[in-house]
Design a protein around this ligand. Sequence first.
Ligand SMILES: [Zn+2]
Length: 156
Amino acid sequence: MAHFQDLTPCSYVREWEPSSLAVGWLERGHAYPQGTVDEKFFKALLRLCGNPWQPPVAFAGIHVCSLCQFAGRLAGTSYFGAGGAAGNANVFIPGETKVFIAPTMIVHYIDAHGYVPPMEFQEAVLKCPEMRSMAYLKAIRALGFSLRVTEPLNPL
Ligand SMILES: [Zn+2]
């Protein structure tokens, strides 16, 4: 998995690099902020990561936790049930001026490794509309993600 410093342009999706900021791309050997987070934030993030909207872009590779001593390959799966989203999904959270891109593995980093994401990301998660809702897609587009939406919109 790639490593990006928090709040730096996320080149994981090259076309969107100018509109996006990386959050939670942790890798062993790189320091990261540690502490505790509000449970409300964690639950909101868990909900968004459980069924994240994914743009019509092919993401290569699978996210493996390099911070775990042994369980890295399986880490995160229990949050979403068997065959869940953890592993190779990313979550796109509209912020004030840019879109935050985080791997869904971020919930595992917070829960198991004490990672504390930037405050502006936490605030954006609490404000984020339901995944796939019209409000969500509008927010993402307004921040410069010109997207061809290939799946039906959530009527809510
Ligand atoms: Zn881990």
